[in-house]
Design a protein. Structure first.
Length: 173
C-alpha cells in the first residue's frame, strides 16, 4: 500500500512539473486567483488535455499567485512554490518511510509543520513577504512529515487488519 501511495505522489509531482513544458513557451503568464475557485478557465480551456486537467486542479486548490510561483518554459507552474515543495516532500517522505520504517512521533510532526505555519501566518498577518526558496523548503519539510504520518497510519491500519496482528493482540489479553 505504501508503494502505491509513493507511486501516486511521484506521478502527481512529476505531472505538476512536466505540464508547463507541454505548453507553448510563454503562453501561461499570470494565474493569480483565490483558493476554491476556477479563476482561469479561459486560459486553461485552450490547453492540451493533460495540462488542462492539472492546471484545473491547481486553479481550484491553489491561489497561484504569480510572484509566489515558479516558471518553466516561460509558463507559470500550476501550483505555487509552497505547494510544489509539499508535493516533493510527500514523495521524499514516503521514500524515507519505506526505506527506514521510521515511525513518526507527535513531536517530530509538530516540528516539521511549525516552519510552514510560521512562514504562512507571518505573511498573512504582517508585512513579511517570504521568498520562493523559503516556501519550497517549508513545504518540503511539511510534506515529509505528513508522508511519514500517512505511512504510519497505513502500516497501523494494515497491521490491525492482518490475521497475525489480531492473533498477537489477542494473545496479550
Amino acid at each position: 500500500m505504501e508503494f502505491a501511495i509513493l507511486i501516486f505522489f511521484t506521478i502527481w509531482f512529476l505531472l505538476t512539473v512536466i505540464t508547463p513544458l507541454t505548453l507553448p513557451e510563454n503562453s501561461v503568464k499570470d494565474l493569480s486567483g483565490v483558493v476554491g475557485s476556477i479563476d482561469n478557465g479561459d486560459v486553461i480551456e485552450k490547453m492540451n488535455p493533460l495540462a488542462k486537467a492539472v492546471y484545473t486542479v491547481g486553479d481550484a486548490y491553489c491561489h497561484q499567485m504569480s510572484e509566489r510561483s515558479y516558471y518553466l518554459n516561460g509558463n507559470q507552474m500550476p501550483f505555487c512554490s509552497r505547494d510544489e515543495g509539499v508535493f516533493l516532500g510527500l514523495m521524499i517522505g514516503m521514500i524515507a518511510a519505506m526505506v527506514t520504517r521510521y515511525e513518526i512521533s507527535a513531536l517530530v510532526l509538530v516540528i516539521g509543520v511549525i516552519p510552514i505555519a510560521i512562514d504562512g501566518l507571518m505573511q498573512l498577518f504582517t508585512d513579511y513577504e517570504s521568498t520562493n526558496p523559503v516556501r519550497v523548503i517549508t513545504g518540503v519539510l511539511a510534506g515529509i512529515v505528513v508522508a511519514l504520518l500517512i505511512s504510519l497510519l497505513v502500516r497501523e491500519t494494515l497491521r490491525d487488519k492482518s490475521p497475525v496482528g489480531r492473533i498477537d493482540e489477542a494473545s496479550k489479553i
